[in-house]
Design a protein around this ligand. Sequence first.
Ligand code: PMP
Length: 372
Amino acid sequence: MTGIDDLPIRDELRGKSPYGAPQLDVPVRLNTNENPYPLPEALVRRIAERVSDAARTLNRYPDRDAVVLRTQLAAYLTRTGGHQVGPRQVWAANGSNEVIQQLLQAFGGPGRTAIGFDPSYSMYALIARGTGTGWISGPRRPDYGIDEPAAVAAVREHAPDVVFICSPNNPTGTAVAPGTVTALYDAAQEVAGHPNGALVIVDEAYAEFSHQPSLLRLLPGRPNLVITRTMSKAFGAAGLRVGYLAADPAVVDAVQLVRLPYHLSAVTQATAHAALEFADTLLGYVEELKAERDRLVSELRALGCEVTESDANFVQFGRFEDTHAVWQRLLDHGVLVRDNGVPGRLRVTTGTRQENDAFLDAVRAVRKEISE
Ligand code: PMP
């Protein structure tokens, strides 16, 4: 049988495995930071109407520049992000993963490097690999915050072309202070051999869940700063596949050089349009999830776990000697959480109240089993 390595595949892909959070059929699935609430029925009906309209012209290619959607996303950011954003500053693609891929296609690539501060979102390194961009794993403090002096020093030392800052950070839940972002931005603009500076991507996939205001307000005067967002989490639309960015219009012009024509289907654009009409209802669910997230943090602490402060819709908890064994035991109790490879730590996504109770019961049971 032919294997991947028998193919004339690129050397850096040999022996590698694809990204794969397990999609297991268990009663309580809290492993991929999805929103546990299905879309409200009124929105489902609105999607059906908008998709029907779009279906009438599916013989045509969609709006290549997704102008209507970008206008609505800009209005959403302006209304909720505490900062005026115009449609020419916004770009959308199939999930923020695709946005990040397009950014690395335009600003990374062969002979170039990107840096992130680990543990962080594992797809940065994978998308770097896929786009032929060299990957540098930068440091983080033991409490999982970004170690600002060490991070600035790493940027100066490695002179990367792209800097990733995830805030709130996946998988730790840690928000990054605006001063740390500006310090890293300033360092990235002065790196040796880069007359135009380096691109700084702030991934705000979980911004709506944060105690801290959005970092969008840092955009003015920083043409190499990009804020990425997604409809997968706060909008409860992971299945939709829409992510977006806000940046200087020149960055939007740059990604248009690498995006595939008509990358965002008319069905996707119509569905996202409908979801944005229900933003206020969906943000109401976010408030409930934030309260549940805070409850998870305090109840896990009451159970004797070490819990990292969370600004996202998930919570990192530990400390476990054998993380994988605890993961498996929780699964045996019908609860799927995530082992992100952070030593001694697991990550649980905030679910519904019932799901969170089931998770907490499972943690209680597993702690008892372990101590017996
Ligand atoms: N950034 C971060 C930090 C994430 O956790 C995720 C999804 N888990 C993404 C980006 C990508 O999300 P999507 O492609 O669904 O927008």
